[in-house]
Structures are given as C-alpha cells and as structure tokens.
Ligand binder design. Sequence first.
Ligand SMILES: Nc1ncnc2c1ncn2[C@@H]1O[C@H](COP(=O)(O)OP(=O)(O)O)[C@@H](O)[C@H]1O
Ligand SMILES: [Mg+2]
Length: 242
Amino acid sequence: MQKIEINKTDELDYHTNEAYKSLRTNIQFSGENVKVIAITSCMPNEGKSSVAMNLACSLAEAARRVLYIDADMRKSVLVGRYKMTHANFGLSHFLSGQKSLEEVLAQTNISRLHMIVAGPVPPNPAELLEGKRFGELIKAAREVYDYIIIDTPPVGVIIDSVIVAKQCDGIAMVIAADEVSYKFSQKAKSQLEVAGCRILGAILNKVDLRRNGRYGSRYYNKYYRKYYGSYYGAGTYGKEEE
Ligand SMILES: Nc1ncnc2c1ncn2[C@@H]1O[C@H](COP(=O)(O)OP(=O)(O)O)[C@@H](O)[C@H]1O
Ligand SMILES: [Mg+2]
C-alpha cells in the first residue's frame, strides 16, 4: 500500500475540538447504516475539505477505521494544505481503470486513517464518478472501514457532489456563516433531496470570522464569481489550478 505522511493537521482550539467531538457523536448515533458520508456545501471555500479532514481524524481517534476519499478531483487542496507527501496514484487513476483499488489506497501516519487522494485532474470527473467503478469502490470499502468520508465539490456549482451523494448513506452540508444566503442553501438542499440523497444535517462553519453584514454580500459575490470563472466554468476546469 502507498504511504502518505500528513505533516500538518489543523490546530483546533478547545471549542472547535469539542464541536468535532459532538459532530462525531451525532454521526455515530445516526445508526450503523450510516457509514458512507459525503461532505458538501453550496459554495467553494465554505470549509468542506477542512471539515471532512478533521472529522475523519476525529473518527480515527475514536478507534474507528476510516477511509477519506478526495472526490473533488477538479480542485484538490489537500496536498498543499496538509503538507502531505505525494501519493503516486489517486481516485482518477482508479475510476479511469488505470489502477486497482489496492494501488490507489494509501496508509497515513494517523492510526486507522486511510486515504484515496484525488489524483490528476481528469477531463470528465462527473462521468467518471457516474461510472460503475465508483460504486464498486464504495461497496468494497464498506467491507473494510467503519466510516468512509468523501470530500466533494460544492453542490451549488457543479453536479459531481449529487452523483457522489447518491452512493452515500448520507450527506453533511457545511454552511459558512455570513457567506451564503438562506435561499441558496435551501436550493442546494432541495437539489440533493430531489436526487434522493439523505441529508444528515448541516455544519455551521466559520462562525467566528469577523465579517459584518455590510461586507457579507460583497464577499459572497466575490467568491461566487471567482469560483465560477476560474474553476468550474464550462470547459475551463482542470486548466487552472491553485
Ligand atoms: N472554521 C474555519 N475558520 C476559519 N477558516 C476556515 C474554517 N474552515 C475552513 N477555513 C478556511 O477556509 C478556506 C477554505 O476551506 P476549505 O476546507 O478548502 O473549503 P472547501 O473545501 O469548501 O472549498 C481555507 O483557507 C480554510 O483554512
Ligand atoms: Mg475542498
């Protein structure tokens, strides 16, 4: 199995740490049929990857076997953010049939936490996720892990997360305080519900950021435009990376 060294986990203050513990507890009490969980949000930058990673670590700390799958193949930030050593093969290699599951799985230096990194940006992420190999991956992983945490792209911008969510037992929606309108969150929620996905709950993130109402909408517009324009605009994905 490949090995990944994660050199920086988010340093959490006491309250954040407690919040992750209560999130973990809520998930554990959702029942034993809730094992495969997608983390999504309406917009980019709301904290999906941070929440997914901290949740995965928190579950692993509580003696659960956890698989973290980075399914945001268009914009994976993990390697830079967590100063991870490079894994040679990732999800896009597996989904495109170039590598086997054993070849893309990676062991981490965090006990009981395994990972599948995103891999190189494929030209057709949504199509790959819709293919039968993704379903096979989840099925095989269910046999081995207690929890499978899947980081996805934002639901309000791109269809991938709905495709992923269909294979999951539930979705947790990250909502960044003051960044996303109520209406937009509702729209994303109903989009997931219409597709038959079970929403486990919402995680209110970035609550303590010092953004007042005056600037709120300006931030929102800035992020909205930036993301659409740079990452998820039709035909532009994969060409610009951070
Ligand atoms: N609770 C938080 N408080 C402050 N900053 C946060 C919080 N959660 C995430 N961030 C920051 O917000 C940015 C986007 O987070 P990320 O997890 O990459 O979002 P997403 O995966 O939804 O695009 C990162 O710079 C991250 O460090
Ligand atoms: Mg992310």
